[in-house]
Design a protein around this ligand. Structure first.
Ligand code: UDP
Ligand code: MG
Length: 318
């Protein structure tokens, strides 16, 4: 029987000042690819791509050297620092036509590379998206663990569809990447977009390890900005919240009116109190409610402006 063509797999990692970890990461990824090629699971054209996100150290020299030395290593240099999400996107979109699936992984070896094979096997058996999900966060600091937990809670509260404990370690098939390319928005929040695309997805679990070398490029300030960007680029819910609060205040005002009328009858009231306080509650409620309505329209404008693709087709039969 003729063997089926082996898929070309690309592994994409964004790098910002990662000269300390790159030699090790490149060597490990190269070896994994070589091994999978030898075992006839993936094509020899598979590659590991390092995207230099405008690093200030000698990350790019390092990538060039590694690309010359290791057969499966490639590099891409961005003109300036655009941040993890956009750097990753640059790698995925630039190389999407050169592979059957791309796996994204951080350059610091915190995501267990042994899971790559599992991801690929799931892809070969017909899955379009494979999410890498952290089992436990034992190696993370107390602070990181809890801020992350808060992040997933917030996302859920704001009705953003994200996979719990999944960062940007995932495999996407060619057609998912093609779908991704159709999103025209500037603030692309990958963890929200990918689940919203659809297609068959699966999860693989792994333990998150300690950073191999160097330090985290995500201080609290960046993490908070990232979470907030996730909410605001994905959800109209904060705008809806205004309507809800307005309605609640208005409702509270009604209850206050009831109480005030009751107070008049019991005689337990300071003159002038009612006519000062009630209009304040009332107007406050009405104003918030009106803001909320304006917010609803802004929300609509916001989703129109993004011009997101409306659907993706999975299959058809003729
Ligand atoms: N990164 C990047 N651009 C940036 C910041 C980070 O490409 O502006 C990369 C970084 O090199 C790493 C990945 O994003 O490969 C995740 O960053 P880091 O490991 O510092 O974050 P943490 O794991 O601490 O959340
Ligand atoms: Mg890291």
């Amino acid at each position: 029987m003729e063997t089926k063509q082996k898929p070309i797999i690309g592994i994409v990692s964004p790098c910002y000042n990662e000269a300390l970890v790159l030699p090790e990461t490149a060597a490990q990824l190269n070896e994994i690819i070589q091994d999978l090629v030898l075992r006839n699971i993936i094509s020899g054209k598979s590659f590991a791509l390092f995207v230099d996100d405008g690093s200030k150290d000698n990350t790019w020299n390092c990538i060039e050297e590694l690309a010359a030395e290791l057969i499966h290593v490639k590099g891409l240099k961005l003109a300036g620092n655009v941040g993890h999400q956009k750097a990753l996107l640059a790698g995925l979109l630039t190389f999407k036509e050169e592979a059957d699936a791309l796996i994204s992984i951080d350059a610091d070896l915190q995501d267990d590379v042994r899971v790559i094979e599992k991801m690929i096997l799931k892809f070969i058996s017909g899955t379009d998206v494979v999410f890498g999900v952290r089992k436990e966060r034992v190696t993370d600091t107390f602070f990181k663990r809890n801020t992350a937990l808060f992040f997933y809670k917030l996302m859920k509260l704001m009705k953003v569809n994200v996979v719990h404990n999944h960062a940007d370690y995932r495999l996407c098939s060619h057609r998912v990447l093609k779908a991704l390319a159709e999103f025209g928005e500037v603030n692309l929040f990958l963890r929200g977009i990918i689940p919203s695309i659809g297609f068959k997805s699966e999860v693989v679990y792994y333990d998150r390890l300690e950073r191999f070398a160097g330090e985290s490029k995500y201080p609290f300030r960046k993490m908070a900005a990232f979470a907030w960007n996730g909410v605001t680029s994905f959800s109209n819910y904060p705008l809806k919240l205004v309507t809800i609060i307005g309605f609640a205040v208005f409702f509270a005002c009604l209850i206050m009116t009831g109480y005030a009328v009751f107070a008049i009858y019991t005689g337990d009231v300071v003159p002038g109190w009612l006519s000062t306080v009630l209009p304040m509650y009332f107007l406050g409620g009405v104003q918030l409610f009106c803001f909320g309505i304006i917010g609803e329209y802004i929300g609509k404008i916001y989703s129109e402006v993004k011009q997101r693709p409306r659907y993706f087709i999975d299959k058809r039969v003729d």
